[in-house]
Design a protein around this ligand. Structure first.
Ligand SMILES: C[S@@+](CC[C@H](N)C(=O)[O-])C[C@H]1O[C@@H](n2cnc3c(N)ncnc32)[C@H](O)[C@@H]1O
Length: 224
């Protein structure tokens, strides 16, 4: 697998057609990935800065770019040509599946079990999936968890607003999210909580310019 070109442009992204609803494109707020790195990936999973990380449902790069800030060897792909990363269906076996140490992603909700199984078959050191907490329930997940007991589940105390098709810096949500993490060869450990305050602490001044779609400017200034 080759390195994708990381030329993220919200202006260009704004012009692209939205993928079909079934692709479940809900970009992750950049601060939420940074919080995962600071509180889970680095201290709990033990991900090293020279590890190879794959983000296989990268969308427009909202998670892959913050991952690259900490893990420069992050590679990215998606089934839809958003203009970021390589393009292929992660759930299908194929020649593009390169060796990687970790697979981190926010998979399409309805295919998250397939993503988990494929990721667990590929990643050398471990996998972490960002999912709605309701994904933890029901029979399909039960089978997965029986076969592959998670190493740890990390819950955001704070809400992580995700919206279809774009990241809204001022967005809100009633949905709870958590990371389900597997670490090869490690015994399961108790859940942990990603503390509040991450959105404020880890949103960077240039995030809106990098990741949000441009707000349409008014044609005339009021009172002009
Ligand atoms: C919830 S969004 C997450 C996007 C990105 N990971 C992020 O956090 O901003 C799910 C993504 O999965 C992609 N996707 C859906 N089915 C896929 C498949 N079979 N293989 C690869 N990507 C897929 C969608 O196009 C979409 O970009």
């Amino acid at each position: 697998m080759t390195q994708p070109s990381f030329a993220f442009s919200p202006a260009v992204a704004a012009q692209r057609s939205e993928p079909h609803d079934s692709l479940d494109f809900f970009p992750t707020p950049p601060w939420a990935t940074r919080a995962f790195i600071a509180h889970v990936a680095y201290p709990v999973l033990g991900v090293r800065t020279d590890d190879i990380v794959l983000e296989p449902a990268c969308g427009e790069g909202h998670m892959a770019e913050p991952l690259r800030e900490a893990y420069p060897l992050t590679i990215a792909s998606d089934i839809h040509p958003y203009g970021y990363g390589e393009v292929f269906d992660f759930t299908e076996a194929g020649p593009n599946r390169g060796a990687c140490d970790w697979i981190f992603t926010n998979p399409p909700f309805n295919r998250a079990v397939e993503f988990a199984r494929m990721a667990l078959s590929l990643a050398r050191r471990g996998v972490a999936l960002l999912v709605r907490t309701q994904w933890l329930h029901s029979g399909e997940r039960d089978d997965l968890f029986r076969e592959h007991a998670p190493f740890v589940i990390a819950y955001y105390v704070e809400r992580v607003p995700m919206h279809r098709g774009e990241w809204k810096p001022r967005g809100s949500t009633a949905t709870d999210y958590c990371w389900v993490c597997w670490k090869r060869g490690a015994d399961p450990r108790p859940p942990l909580w990603i503390p509040p305050g991450q959105r404020k602490a880890l949103t960077r001044p240039d995030d809106a310019a990098r990741f949000a779609k441009p707000v349409a400017a008014p044609l005339f200034e009021a009172g002009a």
